[in-house]
Write a protein that binds this ligand. Structure first.
Ligand code: NAD
Length: 258
């Protein structure tokens, strides 16, 4: 019996990185997972790998910035599985630029994935989750949602927003008595592709950011985190083991923000 046995889980941005690790862990603990993303080939390969390992996984195309896409996804999950117990609002982008160099277009693009995406997920998934007694929503914030991140100021703004959006909606749900818990997770420096994609100025260069060097500099002991370190925390919040954990923030950063 897995820790989230037979629960239906939706993971946005689940094709790679932290989202993929969450999908793998949740499936290994018995969940029926629906992975969504905008990179279809990678997303399908992830779902196939989970199925090959004995899990139950489906991939669906889903741009989290689109309200129509959210409505379509909820409809598809209803048709596929009839219920939703776990939502991991994981899809996110990071654009590294000084505020003085960042275009308004990039500012809006980052907000639309990191904030609109989470807002729409909460708005459209929670009523569906509540129909069957409730569930658990886990929103990916960051240590950048807890402390200043010079050079990533606009990103930090989105992650601070995710933190308080999570807490406030958690209390709305508790007041409604709908059985849905909402918590945020705050990763530190985790080895994923996000670090290679974050340059707004320059040519989206490979290895523009050296994640090993950043971890060596910023993390106590220099320890770089792995996506699975975050997935293990997400499984705890998704499971009934955390039934009394609500409107809370789980920091997984090896002391970076302490
Ligand atoms: P990643 O780039 O490896 O994966 C992000 C995924 O989101 C990708 O598969 C991407 O295709 C998808 N995505 C992007 N835009 C999307 C959209 N509009 N709709 C649907 N999917 C979309 O990044 P990651 O490191 O795994 O990050 C996952 C989450 O964790 C993000 O919210 C990120 O901000 C957060 N986070 C990461 C770190 C870290 O060090 N890696 C630290 C703190 C927080």
């Amino acid at each position: 019996m897995g820790r989230v046995q037979n629960k239906v889980a939706l993971i946005t941005g689940g094709a790679m990185g932290i989202g993929r690790a969450c999908a793998e862990r949740l499936a290994a603990e018995g969940a029926i997972v629906v992975i969504t993303d905008v990179v279809d080939a990678t997303g399908m390969a992830t779902a196939e790998a989970i199925s090959a390992a004995g899990g139950d996984a489906t991939y669906l195309n889903h741009d989290v910035t689109s309200e129509a896409a959210w409505q379509a996804i909820i409809k598809q999950v209803r048709e596929l599985h009839g219920r939703l117990d776990i939502l991991v609002n994981n899809a996110g982008i990071a654009i590294r630029a000084s505020i003085f160099e960042m275009s308004l277009q990039d500012f809006h693009r980052q907000n639309s994935v990191n904030l609109d995406g989470v807002f729409l997920g909460l708005k459209h998934a929670i009523p569906f989750m509540a129909e069957d007694g409730g569930g658990s929503v886990i929103n990916l914030s960051s240590v950048a949602g807890l402390k200043a991140s010079p050079g990533l100021s606009a990103y930090a703004m989105t992650k601070g927003g995710v933190r308080l959006l999570s807490k406030s909606v958690a209390k709305e749900c508790a007041a409604l008595g709908n059985g849905v818990r909402v918590n945020s997770v705050h990763p530190g420096i985790i080895a994923t592709a996000i670090w290679n994609k974050m340059d707004a100025v320059g040519d989206q260069g490979e290895n523009q950011v050296d994640v090993d060097a950043i971890a060596a500099m910023a993390v106590p002991g220099g320890l770089l985190g792995q996506a699975d370190d975050i997935a293990r925390g997400v499984v705890y919040l998704a499971s009934d083991e955390s039934r009394y954990v609500n409107a809370s923030e789980l920091v997984i950063d090896y002391g970076l923000s302490a």
